[in-house]
Design a protein. Sequence first.
Length: 382
Amino acid sequence: MQVFKTARRLLTGYGASAQLAAEAEDLMMKRPLIVTDKGVLGSGVIEPILERFKHDFADSTSLYSDISAEPETHVVEDCCHSFTANKCDGIIAIGGGSAMDTAKAVAVYIGDDRKLEALFGEDQVRTRETPLICLPTTAGTGSEVTNIAILSDVNAQLKKGIVSNQLLPDVAIVAPELTVSCPPAVTAASGVDALVHAVESYLSNFSTELTRPLSLRAMTMINKSLLHAYENPKDMKAREQMATASLMAGLAFGNAGVGAVHALAYPLGGRFHLSHGVSNAVMFTEVMRWNYSYCRSLFLDIAYALGAPQTLIEEEAGDFVVERLTQLCEQVNIPKTLREFDIPKEVIPELAESAHGVTRLLRNNPRELSVEDIAAIYTAVY
């Protein structure tokens, strides 16, 4: 039996953000808390949405914007306090993965008398009574349709996930107009992040007949549109293609899972505060080198999705995929090495041990990786 997980209601396409107030009313929200970040606040994206809210919600809307680039547990607790203090009855996340993951975590933590750490892991959430709507302002994370919220555990210096179907939003609104003001560096990192989601979900040990077409189509769209969106931020066709591709990749990995790229990225974000998209991008090609010999036929499919000629043969697919991924990351100015982030080489053994502990993700990877293998990958990227 296959179960396909996604948001309960999904609105997509140009202009979809205009439906937010109506969707909030349908969920019986009277005093919504809007969770966003200061970058979105200063971009001009959220102002039209708040203006539309005045008619239906008057002054009953509260705003929380103290979201860090890689949200830590104390941010969730602080946001929960804001929700309670303002007597809110619903949550609307408008932002990138950090804002959406924070909002999702808050939605399931409201009313829970345990410490937040008790929710980490799989199926540790008791229930969710707070209605939740997510609107992404980047084309990358897919968080609007997944049952995962990733937070930084400061003490463990590692990213950890809350995984529960209770995290699936009631409504996801994917509107490309919200991504137009996204800065080029964020467009690049989030776009490559979406490509990682598409590729890793396709290679996942748990991919299905439902997820694989989504993964492949997302790869093709990102391959054709990311550079256009990066170089021409107001190219609405490219923005819509990227928003749709990110959504499709999110639907795919939300059901099939992701693998070693994410597992190795987690310690980089948790310890050195690299953004999720950048840490994934920097590990991407080297992990693919390691995976190729374990799933050659799948790499041929990926190569075709990334524009390879139909004459390409299986033995050539690995090199083509790695070269194309490397080229695309270079075109959008993604850093290539760990040293560019001032990460000392001597911490590689510790990073490898931490990444090896991310078994929830490594079990999805087509190739089993030892601590020594992971250390070798980090070293190659250094």
